[in-house]
Structures are given as structure tokens and as C-alpha cells.
Design a protein around this ligand. Structure first.
Ligand code: NAD
Length: 247
């Protein structure tokens, strides 16, 4: 297990499927974790209230201030995980202005604001930033242009910052999952009127490893990228896909 003793971490979307697994994994590795998410989402999760920073990432003041608030709470900041994300479905003719705005604000603008605020706070001791992008952002799949372009932008931001801030000892990398068994995936099946467990079984059969990812499969890779075990990695986009290419 990577050693994150004495490390201070901020995780966005920490009450969601993957976010909660990341927060738990970083804690299990010894990190002190501040959990950020919507107030209602955090209420339903079992985080220590002293370690939550509730808010909406579309609020630019909240996004800008999160890293400093994490420092105020934890004493310093070594790890930032930009995990919060939204998936707006449908082809471009089905996309509303609101779909566009939310996709850009949550999936691109919030990570931009958090990285911009976090990097000066990490400068003196170095740090690790892990962005949760998607393999769809690298290999576009069908009928999700807003989601895919936003994750492509996050992947590109990761590569740029990985290069620009390596000299400060700040490593910026991304995890790019394929399908993960969370509410984000399951609600998509429900919206399409599919029986969710049957749809998951069908999806499992499409993966060479025999199953779609569990959140813990992603969290373990995040812990690796957050730790010294990945000390020579900067700007990498790690596909975590069970061997399944984007169809
Ligand atoms: N589930 C998948 O198949 C999959 C695949 C590839 C990438 N991802 C990415 O992994 C990340 C986590 O997704 P998940 O599957 O756990 O989804 P999820 O819906 O379970 O969790 C997303 C979390 O982000 C939070 N969030 C969304 N908008 C927010 C806002 N405006 N302000 C504050 N918090 C906000 C939500 O409250 C939620 O807790 C996302 O970035 C997603 O795009 C997921």
C-alpha cells in the first residue's frame, strides 16, 4: 500500500461513487483528507464534519477558495484530487445551453480554478495533483460530445500542468477510467429505460477482464499517483479499463 502518512489531501466529489472510494483509500494510506462536495451529498456520506468543505463547484468563489480552505483545515496541502464530474448525455442537437454550461463549469473550469489555487500552496514542499478524466476523453465514444470534449480538455490540462510544474516538484497526472459501477453509470441506464442490473451484466461481458471497474479499482491508481511510488510520473494519462477499448 502506498505510504501517505502525514500527507494532507483535498478530494472533490468526495461523496460520489469514485470520490468516496478515493477518500477512503487515501485515508487508509495514512493521509488526512478534506472532502468537498454538494452539501446534500456530504450529509448522506459518513465524513467527519470537521473534514468536509461543502459547496457547489459552479460557484467560482467556492472553487477558487477550496485549496486555501483545505490548508486552513489540515495545516498544508500535498494532494489534490479533482474527481467531481458530471455527464450530460445525448448528441449535440439534444444538448441544451445548460448542459454545455454545467459540463464546462464542473469538468473543466473547476479543475482549472482548483489547480490554479493549489499550485502556489504546494510550491514550497511539492505535491501531487490527480485529475479524474476518462478514456472517452482520449478515444471519443458515440453520443456524448459535451462529456467527451470536457474530459479531453481535462486530459490536456493535465499534460500541460504536468510539464509546467514538474520543476516545482508538483506532479500532475490523470486517471482515465472506462466504465465504473457508480450512480453516474447506473442513472444513464435508468434514463434509457434499461433494467440496470441486466445492463451492468451485459457491460461486464464486454470487458476482457470480465467486469467493469469498481470504484476501488480507480482509487488504488489514484493512491499510487498521489504517492512517492509514482515519483517520476508527470503529465501521464493512465487508462484504467480492464482491457476494454472505447467502442
Ligand atoms: N462512472 C464511470 O463510469 C466513470 C468513467 C470515467 C470517468 N468517470 C469520472 O469519475 C468522476 C467521478 O464519477 P462517479 O462515477 O463517481 O460519479 P458520481 O455521480 O457518483 O459522483 C460525482 C460527484 O461529483 C459531485 N459533483 C458534481 N457536480 C458538482 C458540483 N457542481 N459541485 C460539487 N460537487 C459536484 C457529485 O455531487 C458527486 O458526489 C467524474 O469526474 C466522472 O466523470 C466516471
Amino acid at each position: 500500500m502506498p505510504d501517505l502518512s502525514d500527507k494532507k489531501a483535498l478530494v472533490t466529489g468526495a461523496a460520489g461513487g469514485i470520490g468516496r472510494a478515493i477518500a477512503e483509500r487515501l485515508q487508509a494510506c495514512g493521509a488526512d483528507v478534506a472532502a468537498a462536495d454538494h452539501p446534500s451529498a456530504l450529509q448522506n456520506a459518513s465524513f467527519n464534519p470537521d473534514r468536509t468543505i461543502p459547496g457547489d463547484l459552479t460557484d467560482t468563489d467556492y472553487a477558487d477558495s477550496l485549496p486555501q480552505r483545505a490548508v486552513d483545515m489540515l495545516g498544508s496541502l500535498d494532494i489534490l484530487v479533482n474527481n467531481a464530474g458530471v455527464m450530460r448525455r445525448g448528441n449535440i442537437t439534444q444538448a441544451s445551453d445548460e448542459d454545455f454550461d454545467v459540463s464546462v463549469k464542473v469538468n473543466i473550469e473547476a479543475p482549472f480554478r482548483l489547480c490554479r489555487s493549489a499550485i502556489p500552496l504546494m510550491e514550497s514542499n511539492g505535491g501531487a495533483i490527480v485529475n479524474i478524466a476518462s478514456c472517452w476523453g482520449i478515444h471519443p465514444g458515440p453520443d456524448h460530445p459535451l462529456y467527451i470534449m470536457s474530459k479531453a480538455a481535462l486530459a490536456s490540462l493535465t499534460q500541460c500542468l504536468g510539464r509546467d510544474h514538474a520543476h516545482q516538484g508538483i506532479r500532475v497526472n490523470a486517471v482515465c477510467p472506462n466504465e465504473v459501477d457508480t450512480a453516474m453509470l447506473r442513472t444513464g441506464f435508468a434514463i434509457r429505460g434499461l433494467e440496470v442490473d441486466t445492463a451492468i451484466d451485459n457491460l461486464n461481458a464486454s470487458v476482457p477482464l470480465g467486469r467493469i471497474a469498481e470504484p476501488a479499482d480507480i482509487a488504488d491508481v489514484v493512491a499510487f499517483l498521489a504517492s512517492d511510488e509514482s515519483r517520476y510520473m508527470c503529465g501521464a494519462l493512465l487508462e484504467v479499463n480492464g482491457g476494454k477499448p472505447v467502442a
